[in-house]
Design a protein around this ligand. Structure first.
Ligand SMILES: N[C@@H](CCC(=O)N[C@@H](CS)C(=O)NCC(=O)O)C(=O)O
Length: 212
């Protein structure tokens, strides 16, 4: 079976989740960089994903799209280490946090939305993304107060932890969000940032990241 190929973009938060999952599962893969700003590249990866979005993972003869679905596939086929808790209650909390970020926050602050709003009024796109993240983080901080331990849900890494770092990266590196009101989010993001598999998935560590 040939090596898996990940279609990814260095700054893509959805790609970053899958990069972390692959690293935790110790799955070696080929990195295919997609420039989200170039039409030609869009055509290339559109062949694999009608939605024209990354990530796309080619693995075991399959072409998989949608980051959360890819992560669940990887967890089922490569069960170690598990990313979904065995306990149904903890599993529900882990999924709730993951989906809060991946459905309630990320899609409302993505590049396409930001660009469209910037076209309508300069500065509006950035402000919108900033505000969406703050509203989402207000709720996330409360969820983490209830469920977190060392990580998002208890003391083991779950699917929720795969989704957290990239939204914190967007908040701090792209939209200048003040993290003062979010001490639990900040603590867990810092904790995850020190784990080698998470470090390796960081935008700055990707082959297509800008050099300076
Ligand atoms: N729900 C999808 C969202 C994928 C997505 O929005 N990807 C972004 C990068 S994070 C993208 O490819 N954007 C290109 C575009 O929208 O033109 C997933 O989780 O995989």
């Amino acid at each position: 079976m040939s090596k898996p190929i990940l279609y990814s973009s260095w700054s893509s938060s959805c790609s970053s989740r899958v990069r972390i999952a692959l690293a935790l599962k110790k799955i070696d893969y080929e990195y295919h960089a997609v420039n989200l700003r170039t039409d030609e590249e869009q055509k290339d990866f559109a062949l694999n994903n009608p939605a024209k979005k990354v990530p796309i993972l080619k693995i075991n003869g399959l072409t998989l799209t949608e980051s959360m679905s890819i992560i669940e596939y990887l967890d089922e086929v490569y069960p170690n280490p598990p990313l979904l808790p065995k306990d149904p209650e903890a599993r529900a909390h882990a999924r709730a946090i993951a989906f809060h970020i991946s459905s309630n926050i990320q899609p409302l602050q993505n590049l396409a939305i930001c660009r469209k709003l910037e076209e309508i009024q300069k500065g509006y796109g950035i402000q919108w993304c900033h505000d969406v993240i703050c509203r989402g983080f207000d709720a996330l901080e409360q969820l983490l107060k209830l469920y977190s331990g060392r990580f998002c849900v208890g003391d083991r890494i779950t699917i929720a932890d795969l989704v957290l770092p990239s939204i914190v990266y967007n908040a701090t590196e792209k939209y200048n969000v003040d993290m003062g009101p979010y001490p639990i989010i900040s603590r867990i993001a810092a904790e995850l940032g020190g784990i080698p598999e998470f470090e390796a998935a960081h935008p700055s560590r990707q082959p297509d990241a800008p050099k300076n």
